[in-house]
Structure formats: structure tokens, C-alpha cells
Design a protein around this ligand. Structure first.
Ligand code: FES
Length: 170
């Protein structure tokens, strides 16, 4: 017998909030269906709600786009650029694909985790400042190793340069 659970479904936020209404409409106008606009709308929602998509936001976006919550959940958990749990104030992506690894990305990962005071990638550091993520090829192999700090690309990165970049984040 399946034990009863007390978990009620999340209460959907009213999405989009008025600040995002126009931008959402612009995005929707560029896609043939509402479902096709899921990825950019989710990115917009994540940016607006402290860099992560809570179950309540997930439900609000699903309602707005006329898709199931599980469809949105699938996108959130499949694509590395989304956060389905609280993220730090800053996000550092370290490429872990072959070219970058051959050019020292392993040391960059250790450096990023040290600066973030985090035990592992995908977890926010103890002071809540950084989320370090392992990413697949960032498309900058010719100038490897590459990292992104808060969405900005940095190339030919050394541990010293990464430390400087992370120390500059407030
Ligand atoms: S392998 Fe790192 S950017 Fe392509």
C-alpha cells in the first residue's frame, strides 16, 4: 500500500508579473506555439525570481504557457542553465569538456570551489554567494580553458585570473 503524503501541489504564482508582461508577449510573438516558447520564458522567469525556478514559479509558468508542470520540470532538470533549487548570488560555469580539461579546467574547478567555499559543483557555497556548475563545451575551445561568470565568457583562464574574477563579485 502506498503511504499517504501530506504534500499539497504548489500554489502557482501569478505569471507573468506585470514587469515581465511585455517581454513575455514579445517572446510569444516570435514562436509558433506557446509551448515552443518554454525555454526563453523560463530563462526570463529564472532571472526575475532570484536566479532559480521554484515549484510555485514552475506552476505559474506552466499555467501561462498551457503545458503541464512536469513538462516544465523536465526542461528545468535537463538543461544546465536552469536552476530548480535556490542558487547563489553569482554563478560560475566551468567547462569540463576535453579541450578545456586538457588545458587546465580541472584546476579551475578546484579554484572555483575553493573561492565559493563549496564542497562540490551544483551546490551553493556555505556563504550563499556562489553556485559553481560543471558545463559541457561552452563553444570557446580555441581559447580554452573557458569559464562563464554571471553569464560573461572568460577565456584562457588561469586559476589566478579566476580567483580575481570571483573576488570581484560582491
Ligand atoms: S571544450 Fe571547453 S569550450 Fe569547448
Amino acid at each position: 500500500m502506498i503511504p499517504p503524503t501530506n504534500s499539497a501541489p504548489p500554489v502557482a504564482v501569478q505569471f507573468p508579473p506585470k514587469e515581465l508582461k511585455k517581454e513575455c508577449e514579445d517572446i510569444l510573438s516570435r514562436y509558433p506555439t506557446r509551448m515552443a516558447a518554454c525555454l526563453p520564458i523560463l530563462l526570463l522567469a529564472q532571472k526575475h525570481y532570484d536566479n532559480w525556478v521554484s515549484p510555485e514559479v514552475e506552476a505559474g509558468v506552466a499555467e501561462y504557457l498551457g503545458v503541464s508542470d512536469s513538462h516544465i520540470r523536465g526542461l528545468l532538470t535537463f538543461y544546465a542553465m536552469y536552476n530548480a533549487k535556490p542558487a547563489g548570488r553569482h554563478e560560475v560555469w566551468v567547462c569540463r569538456t576535453l579541450t578545456c580539461m586538457l588545458r587546465g579546467a580541472g584546476k579551475l574547478r578546484d579554484t572555483a570551489l575553493g573561492c565559493a567555499k563549496a564542497k562540490t559543483t551544483g551546490e551553493v557555497g556555505e556563504d550563499g554567494k556562489f553556485l559553481v556548475k560543471d558545463m559541457e563545451c561552452l563553444g570557446l575551445c580555441e581559447v580554452a580553458p573557458a569559464v562563464f561568470v554571471d553569464g560573461e565568457a572568460h577565456v584562457d583562464v588561469t586559476p589566478e585570473k579566476l580567483t580575481e574574477l570571483m573576488e570581484a563579485c560582491d
